[in-house]
Design a protein around this ligand. Structure first.
Ligand code: HEC
Ligand code: HEC
Length: 213
């Protein structure tokens, strides 16, 4: 039996290639390391544009109301935890009064339904393990009985509501996600509740009506 001939490695050629690759990749990597710690200057810029933490709200479920959480809570970080979907529901079109215990419902491309509850900042987020089979595009609706609103279009792949729902409302943006059309319709007790948010201590465990026993 003849031994099968194995191609001889060519160390010289291999190291030439490595050098070339590294020449490009390392220049990019070290270039941006010098500025910050990321590998992607566009992503770094998006994170920086969101500004510093509000010193009154520690990083957690109540922070960064209205911001696109997934800019940070996704594969590129800087947050360690990743979200499958995230956003903030507001009462009115321009204020920063979040809707406490609004139900955010999604129906994914496979017809799978899931419901999430906002906290007193109006923030909600879904962890990947809560929706392991989430398949885009998805349909979404928001409810705080009796108020109800649904998005007509499907979300193709964007995980952060606020990456599309930016203020002000304009040709390029539907504005912040809101339950009522004018500030005058925002209930007085919602304004009072917003002042008392975040609550001291642990956040309450919230569930949608369909997820309660
Ligand atoms: C500019 C970046 C940035 C944005 C935007 C951001 N976060 Fe965070 N978040 C962090 C960092 C950093 C931490 C620290 C803990 C960590 O690394 O996960 C954190 C922590 C958290 C935590 C506690 C850790 C956990 O997984 O339980 C929650 C909850 C959270 N954020 C929710 C949100 C929500 C909801 C939004 C959007 C409304 C949001 N974050 C937007 C950077 C961000
Ligand atoms: C890819 C961009 C995009 C993303 C992501 C997105 N939306 Fe929308 N949304 C729109 C646009 C555009 C409209 C207006 C047209 C329509 O209803 O489809 C809209 C409309 C809505 C409406 C109806 C508003 C009204 O005037 O009644 C609600 C509610 C809504 N979105 C909630 C959400 C929530 C919650 C999320 C995150 C889970 C989200 N959207 C993510 C683009 C987006």
């Amino acid at each position: 039996m003849r031994p099968r001939s194995t191609p001889k490695p060519n160390p010289a050629a291999a190291s030439r290639i490595t050098a070339k690759l590294c020449g490009v990749a390392c220049a990019i990597a070290f270039g941006s390391f010098a500025v910050s710690c990321g590998l992607d200057p566009v992503h770094d810029g998006a994170v920086k544009a969101l500004g510093d933490e509000d010193p009154n709200i520690p990083p957690g479920p109540y922070h960064r109301q209205g911001q696109p959480c997934n800019v940070c809570h996704d594969v590129q970080g800087p947050a360690d935890s990743k979200f499958a979907l995230s956003g903030t529901i507001f009462w009115g079109p321009t204020n920063n009064i979040g809707v406490d215990q609004a139900f955010v419902r999604i129906v994914d491309a496979n017809g799978a339904k899931k419901c999430f509850v906002t906290n007193c900042k109006g923030n909600f987020f879904a962890r990947p393990e809560q929706v392991p089979k989430l398949t885009f595009p998805i349909l979404v609706s928001v409810e705080k009985p009796p108020a109800y609103r649904a998005m007509t279009g499907r979300i193709g792949r964007e995980r952060a509501c606020s990456n599309c729902h930016k203020n002000p409302r304009f040709f390029d943006s539907p504005g912040q996600v809101r339950l009522v059309n004018s500030e005058a319709e925002v209930p007085a007790d919602a304004k009072a509740a917003a002042k008392a948010c975040p609550p001291p201590g642990d956040p309450p465990l919230l569930r949608c009506p369909e997820d309660q026993e």
